[in-house]
Design a protein around this ligand. Sequence first.
Ligand code: SAM
Length: 242
Amino acid sequence: MIPHPPITARYASSAEKPAFVRQLFDDGAKYYDAVVDWGFFHSGAFYRRWTQKRHGLKPGMQLLDVACGTGLMAVAAAQILGSAENITCLDPSEGMLAVARTKLAARFVQGRAEALPFADGAFDFLTMGFALRHVASLEETFSEFRRVLRPGGKLLVLEVTKPSGRLGAFLFRLYFGRIYPFLTRLFTRSRDAATMMTYFWETMDVCVPPQSVLEALRAAGFVQVAREPLLGLFSEYIAVKA
Ligand SMILES: C[S@@+](CC[C@H](N)C(=O)[O-])C[C@H]1O[C@@H](n2cnc3c(N)ncnc32)[C@H](O)[C@@H]1O
């Protein structure tokens, strides 16, 4: 299952998506932190730390942060773990990884969620923050997540989800589809940064519903699969490897 149909205004077919997404984040990397910081009203650092702690990340655990980007999830995790020595960060974008490397002394690996270059059962906890829409296949991704977790290991996937109610969906479209890309362009004066935020909206708008994500997690063999929604906007998907 693909997380969303091809965005044909950007690339012709799903086969071209990985190259487009990689270039998108390479080009937008230097703007990413500032743009998501004000775009989410400075809540990101607190939210990423709070949610990882609430879902059971503890000192001593081996953590894999898939789609680490500029390291926002990993920096928050390091505060919980006490250091970055047990954190592995993976991302396909060298531009995003270059920013992340300046922030913490974790292990950084260039790669994709659908083909993780790690041994079976290597991690206690696996996170993915705001990147599920960018993978090529939910099946391949979740099967890889399950493979690299140890038995009893936990998965936490964070996403922004379009609200189901009419008013919520209208406000969501207004903010993420119009206001956020417009202000991004205004403040950064960068077409690349604005394109990155417009693409966020385009993929959120047509993303598969939470039920499909939960079904894909169960089909991959995870147990205790659940979604905890927050403010009608954020989805926290949790699952355990039996
Ligand atoms: C919106 S950023 C999220 C970064 C970070 N996790 C955070 O919480 O801010 C999405 C990230 O997903 C990465 N990405 C795109 N396709 C991916 C894939 N197939 N596998 C792993 N990461 C991918 C991008 O390079 C980008 O760094």
